[in-house]
Design a protein around this ligand. Structure first.
Ligand SMILES: Nc1ncnc2c1ncn2[C@@H]1O[C@H](COP(=O)(O)OP(=O)(O)OP(=O)(O)O)[C@@H](O)[C@H]1O
Length: 309
């Protein structure tokens, strides 16, 4: 369990992290979202003991950094932003160095190295200096060092940054496989990443916690959640759609011609619309039940003014 109370970090007079409080239990895969400069990396550095808080309390598995830093860090894997340090080492040398630092020995060491190199797919670059690797491979080396000692807690700062779409998919699957009993905190700018791998979303802006719930609850904040969109192959009279039972509003996008029908609160309108367009033989090309637009919700949450006090 991670327990954070009233955590703040000030750089001179600037509040990078402003009074955060939250608990994270095993099994939580947390997507830590926020615009650039929101305070995500600063929070992660404090959670991993790399940066002392200005004020507040961090308790990890009943321990505090002030008295038990080594014990906490034994159980944490951290992927910081950017590339791994020691860029002149080869991947092989670097992973052995990390195995030394983590105190891995004998058969356990061999099997962890073998397992992680396989999982993160590093076999082809083991003899290359880290500095010469592509950004995506550097990220994967960073991920390998974070999971090498099989920690209970993983703090991953933008784990898929720089990866191609196939690798992104692969790393997301890896995180899912790793995380059954673990705590995983992932910072990301990619909203789909959150719905793909996380079971909890925390959004921060200006160092403050603005949202903390499931990805589904986030989706439900979108006015597009359960709206129905349709595209027509040519213009036809659709005014009747706006009058249908349960339809609150109709919007037409002038640029794309996409028609969106918004339901009254709690109503489901897909079937009634589907029936109507079929009966009237309207020239409908696509009819879509909208899941909710996360980018719009994210913008709303992070740009909203918050009252202080
Ligand atoms: N060492 C530092 N000294 C002064 N200001 C800092 C320092 N480190 C970070 N900041 C500032 O604190 C704020 C939060 O930075 P942080 O890196 O935590 O944000 P972030 O949410 O991780 O952003 P990004 O998504 O761009 O990585 C930013 O305004 C940043 O400029």
């Amino acid at each position: 369990m991670i327990s954070v109370k009233n955590l703040s970090k000030h750089y001179h007079h600037f509040k990078a992290v402003d009074d955060l409080s939250f608990d994270i239990a095993p099994g939580n895969i947390v997507g830590f979202l926020g615009p650039n400069g929101a305070g995500k990396s600063t929070t992660m550095k404090m959670l991993t003991g790399f940066l002392p808080p200005t004020s507040g309390d961090i308790v990890i598995q009943d321990k505090r950094y002030a008295s038990d830093a080594k014990a906490i860090q034994r159980n944490i894997g951290y992927l910081p932003e950017g590339a791994p340090a020691y860029g002149d080492m080869t991947v092989w040398q670097f992973l052995h160095f990390i195995a030394d630092v983590r105190g891995l020995k004998g058969a356990a060491r061999k099997s962890r190295l073998f397992d992680v190199i396989g999982r993160v797919e590093l076999a082809d670059v083991l003899n290359r200096p880290i500095d010469n690797l592509s950004k995506g491979f550097k990220r994967r080396v960073g991920l390998a060092q974070a999971i090498l000692h099989d920690p209970d807690i993983l703090i991953l700062d933008e784990p898929t940054d720089g990866l191609d779409p196939n690798q992104k998919h692969h790393v997301r699957q890896l995180i899912e496989d790793l995380s059954k009993e673990k705590i995983v905190v992932i910072s990301t700018h990619i909203l789909e990443e959150v719905t793909a791998v996380c079971n909890r979303v925390m959004i921060i802006a200006n160092g403050q916690l603005r949202f903390d719930d499931t990805p589904n609850a986030l989706r439900h904040q979108s006015r597009f959640c359960n709206a129905v969109s349709l595209k027509m192959s040519y213009a036809a009279d659709i005014s009747g759609l706006a009058e249908l039972e349960g339809v609150e509003e109709m919007e037409i996008d002038r640029k794309t011609g996409l028609v969106t029908l918004f339901p009254e609160p709690g109503k489901h309108i897909f079937h009634v619309i589907n029936e109507y367009v079929t009966q009237r033989r309207l020239p409908v090309e696509t009819l879509t039940l909208e899941q909710g637009r996360l980018d719009e919700v994210f913008r709303d949450i992070t740009t909203r003014e918050v009252s202080h006090g």
